[in-house]
Write a protein that binds this ligand. Structure first.
Ligand code: CA
Ligand code: CA
Length: 97
């Protein structure tokens, strides 16, 4: 097993997508009332670099990916409870429901 970096935080949703389009799958985690994480595969052994995403509100219970704004980069869409659902474009949050 390769442990993902950072302190232990309970995940609630997890998905895999190549968000930075380097050909290596990355891991996206959503949590309960704390920011989620994107773990970018570094390509150096079983190591990952963590970047946080979202505003840490509510509970992320569903994750999906598509290029919603047509810039060629996958965006994160999250289903949440107790917070607006939202699409995160390259780190810039746009929420709405
Ligand atoms: Ca990647
Ligand atoms: Ca995009």
């Amino acid at each position: 097993m390769a442990a993902l970096p950072g302190p232990p935080r309970p995940p609630y949703a997890l998905a895999v997508a190549d968000l930075n389009r380097d050909g290596r799958p990355d891991v996206v985690v959503g949590r309960v009332e704390m920011p989620g994480s994107v773990y970018f595969h570094t390509g150096q052994g079983h190591t990952f670099q963590e970047i946080s995403w979202n505003d840490g509100k509510g509970t992320v219970y569903g994750l999906a990916f598509a290029d919603f704004d047509g810039d060629g980069w996958p965006d994160i869409v999250a289903a949440r409870s107790d917070a607006p659902n939202g699409i995160w474009f390259s780190g810039r949050p746009k929420t709405g429901r």
